[in-house]
Design a protein around this ligand. Structure first.
Ligand code: ZN
Length: 317
């Protein structure tokens, strides 16, 4: 409400009534309405307030750690009651986030070891994933980072679809993970992982789809847009986390693979990110830190936002 409504001399009775009402802050708005009614709408000042206050609009946010104060970019001075393209740049867009693995996969060996068709071969339905030496699992990590990224992206207006939300006994299988993004007609998809490389290696890397046309796999339409998404993700994840490029991957922070069902079977632009090496003590320490995971989620969300709102492609290197 506005407690400094412009007033003019010559309407003293109504004005004094209004001022009196405004002394009691909870009644201020009612007083203002009364003043407007008495003024008869003949003011040269158009009404500054709506006849009825709309309900407050707040972005839908998922759970956030109390130590991660700002997950949603703020827009200073913008009205919370009038979302516009600037505040909701991802309105109307659909994003698939795929938390790699499942915390319960280890108890469902038969199900996840089943072979599924990935177009150019067969692969296990899913795997248990890796974990840190201290037992923090990749599946816990990926779901937490995805929750954080989802909160940021929903705050920007996106519809976010998850392949699993800790709500399935195991999996889903890699072919279903791809299918969920396809059937959602996602504008972009990111599969979040932590690597289980030899302990001496560290750093993050992004995995992009190779061109695969075999069986039910055909990535020819997504190779180019996925590469643009991958380059943005490499850039923005590094900027958000400070994590160096993996020192055990040939191309700086980038890999291209033809053996991942989640990529082979995708018909929407999609990349994987291996956020760090959970077997490396330095990476493990960072990935176990909730504040670092918030930065990781921010980097992922930044890349997806850039991908969906710009046309430029960072220079590969
Ligand atoms: Zn993984």
């Amino acid at each position: 409400m506005n407690s400094t409504t412009p007033h003019r001399p010559g309407r003293s009775a109504a004005f004094r009534l209004t001022v009196l009402a405004c002394v009691l802050l909870p009644l201020c708005f009612a007083g203002w309405l009364g003043w407007q009614a008495v003024a008869g709408g003949g003011s040269e000042h158009p009404p500054a307030l709506p006849a009825a206050l709309p309900p407050a609009v707040t972005p839908t946010l998922g759970p956030l750690d109390p130590d991660t104060p700002s997950a949603t970019p703020s827009t200073p001075g913008a009205s919370a009651t009038a979302p516009d393209q600037h505040q909701q740049p991802l309105s109307g867009r659909t994003i698939l986030l795929d938390p790699g693995h499942n915390t319960a996969n280890g108890r469902h060996s038969a199900e996840i070891n089943r072979q599924v068709d990935i177009g150019n071969g067969h692969k296990e339905c899913d795997t248990t994933g890796t974990e840190t030496d201290a037992g923090y699992t990749e599946a816990e990590y990926t779901l937490d980072v995805v929750h954080r990224a989802r909160a940021i992206l929903q705050g920007l207006g996106a519809k976010v679809v998850l392949t699993q939300d800790g709500d399935r006994p195991w999996g889903p299988c890699v072919d279903e993970r791809a299918r969920i993004g396809n059937e959602a007609h996602a504008d972009a998809a990111v599969s979040v992982h932590g690597d289980g490389a030899p302990a001496s290696g560290s750093g993050f890397h992004v995995i992009m789809p190779a061109r695969v046309t075999a069986g039910k796999a055909d990535t020819s339409a997504i190779v180019a847009p996925s590469r643009r998404l991958g380059l943005l993700l490499r850039q923005d994840f590094k900027a958000a986390t400070g994590e160096p490029y993996a020192d055990y991957i040939a191309e700086q922070g980038l890999d291209t693979r033809s053996d991942l069902g989640g990529l082979n079977l995708s018909t929407v632009p999609k990349v994987f990110i291996e956020c760090g090496n959970m077997r490396n003590s330095g990476d493990a320490k960072r990935m176990t830190d909730p504040q670092w995971r918030q930065r990781a989620a921010q980097g992922i969300a930044d890349a997806l936002t850039a991908y969906l709102t710009t046309t430029g492609t960072p220079v590969a290197g």
